[in-house]
Design a binder for this molecule. Structure first.
Ligand SMILES: [Zn+2]
Length: 99
């Protein structure tokens, strides 16, 4: 289910409105790390968030990174992991490996 939905999105949304590959994915990942570490400048954030609206791989990286950080933070706080979070991570990983 999750992967067929992801394929549908890729065919109907991504191909029309987003880039399906990113020539600067590594650079974008570095910027994302800086943003998540809260060490970014407003300019970097603006550029990055504008970019991921048009860039499918970077959008997925963003979702995956924020989900993982959320999980790690929850674990560190020794709280119960929210229901569905593990599933969300699994499906994100599954989606990002589809090509
Ligand atoms: Zn990108």
């Amino acid at each position: 289910m999750a992967s067929s939905l992801s394929n549908w999105i890729k065919r109907n949304v991504v191909s029309r409105y987003m880039m399906s590959t990113c020539s600067e994915e590594r650079k974008c990942l570095k910027v994302l790390e800086v943003i998540l570490d809260e060490e970014s400048t407003p300019e970097e954030e603006k550029m990055y968030f504008e970019h991921i609206q048009k860039c499918w791989p970077c959008f997925q990286n963003y979702n995956l990174e924020t989900t993982i950080r959320e999980l790690v933070k929850t674990k560190l706080e020794k709280k119960k992991v929210p229901e569905g979070l593990i599933e969300k991570i699994k499906s994100e990983i599954e989606k990002s490996s589809i090509e």
